[in-house]
Design a protein around this ligand. Sequence first.
Ligand SMILES: *Cc1c(COP(=O)(O)O)cnc(C)c1O
Length: 449
Amino acid sequence: MKVISDLNQATLVNRSLSAVWHPCTQMKHHESFPLVAITKGKGAWLYDEHGNALLDCISSWWTNLFGHSNPKINQAITQQLERIEHVMLAGFTHPPVVELSEKLAALTNGNLGHVFYASDGASAVEIALKMSHHFWQLNSKPEKKKFVCLENGYHGETLGALAVTDVAIFREAYGSLLQDVFTVTSPDARKAKASESAEDVAREAANALEQLFAKEHKNIAAMIVEPLVQCAGQMAMHSPEYLRLVRDLCDRYQIHLIADEIAVGCGRSGKFFACEHAGIWPDFLTLSKGISGGYLPLSLCMTTDKIYRAFYSDQTQHGFLHSHSYTGNPLACAAALACLEIFEAEKVLENNIARSQNLATAFAWAKSDTRIDHWRQQGMILAFDVKSSALKNSHVFPREMFAKCLNEGVLIRPIGNTIYVMPPYILSAQETEQMGQAVQRALNQVING
Ligand SMILES: *Cc1c(COP(=O)(O)O)cnc(C)c1O
């Protein structure tokens, strides 16, 4: 048993590097770039194996809403664990999935009253794409099978979701496996020329979309968007006007609108659903990440009665015969219900107004820093870009900044030259201020001037 005793002497990090293939990582970079072993979390803080504290400024990849080891969510999961941990959802149901579906439907005022479950975000996107495609077959329009997506959009990394994703680094190696889509210009407000507003950019992007719809609508099933913030696309933000215009175009040309709220839903944008800023509802809305408070894998696709009815038939094959083993897992649904209760009991959306103002104050220094461009904020997401003239080496910048931030006690993962924060909804004003200063100190060590 020599191997095992050797392994026990190796550090946790080294054992991880030899046995765990980490996501979204060139493993060789870990020769110089730290891998951090986390052994505990409490509130907004993570603790590494040596007891060092790290402020989780990006909510553990945008999932955590109410802190790590939250007593209310812990209790809800523990109570559910005593009743039933899991049961298949085909032919069976259970209290947490029923209650969660009813509560989510009520949050859309009944506009999206049918909820289909999966585990990861990408699967929820696959479900929306497949449902749209199948709907048109059921309505004798099988030629409506192409999807429209936005330049710089991100919807996950399974093959269907990756096909509607426009982030080169994720797509490149797999291009030949992906179906053809129409990619249209992004309404990214950073494109605004001197005299233009974000609304102008939105109208121009919608005009380009209309040209495509006018020509190709007979072949198009659905358009997919990330409402208000293209998060993986460097936190590119746009005006809600774009969503209103797209909703209108989709109605006029009989094209489904899929709102991927996996990152921007659950209060992240300032309202529970980002679409509420535009006063519209999509035909499909996907949620994941924050829905379980960052506790357990849970994703879902909500849709309208009209779409649900189209599948309701005496014929088996007209049903939506899609499934995942852990669909609607009771523990994950119990965590989600606990989160919705916290939203209500603690008036989270109201209190987040002050929290987002604290964020703006903590990063006010970046607004006046001449090395920084495009300071922007949407609710509990704040981002800005480091000008290329200030970067010493743009390839290593994200990793260098991450490492310097670790030394300053904050977890930050830049995307390209974009620095962003997306913290859980529990930071005190003081912690928020501490975060802003730590990021500034780290940045000053990494960039020129
Ligand atoms: C993260 C993300 C996904 C994919 O979710 P996974 O759980 O990582 O599969 C899809 N869409 C958006 C907008 C996301 O941010």
